[in-house]
Design a protein around this ligand. Structure first.
Ligand SMILES: [Zn+2]
Length: 86
């Protein structure tokens, strides 16, 4: 189930948003359900926020030498994989 993020249409207006939607909240909803239009708490309009892209931080690959120094066994690929035709 995808996780959607919702935010009040009027996050700066305390009379038209509650503590949850003024800060934005996340909600899991089945894809087939229509987007949430009202805050479940205060019933004021909310809009769906395009999900933040959680881009994983790519770790800098360390060199084989550094890996060996760190105690890892370094395996080097010597040839391409052999595929058997089925
Ligand atoms: Zn609210």
């Amino acid at each position: 189930m995808p996780l959607y993020e919702y935010l009040s249409e009027t996050p700066g207006d305390p009379s038209k948003s509650c503590i949850r939607c003024s800060r934005g909240f996340e909600l899991r909803r089945p894809v087939e359900r229509p987007a949430l239009e009202l805050c479940p708490l205060c019933k004021n309009p909310v809009r769906k926020v395009v999900s933040r892209v959680h881009s994983p931080r790519v770790a800098k690959p360390f060199s084989a030498k550094a890996a060996k120094n760190a105690g890892f066994t370094v395996l080097e690929k010597r040839d391409e994989g052999v595929f058997e035709k089925l």
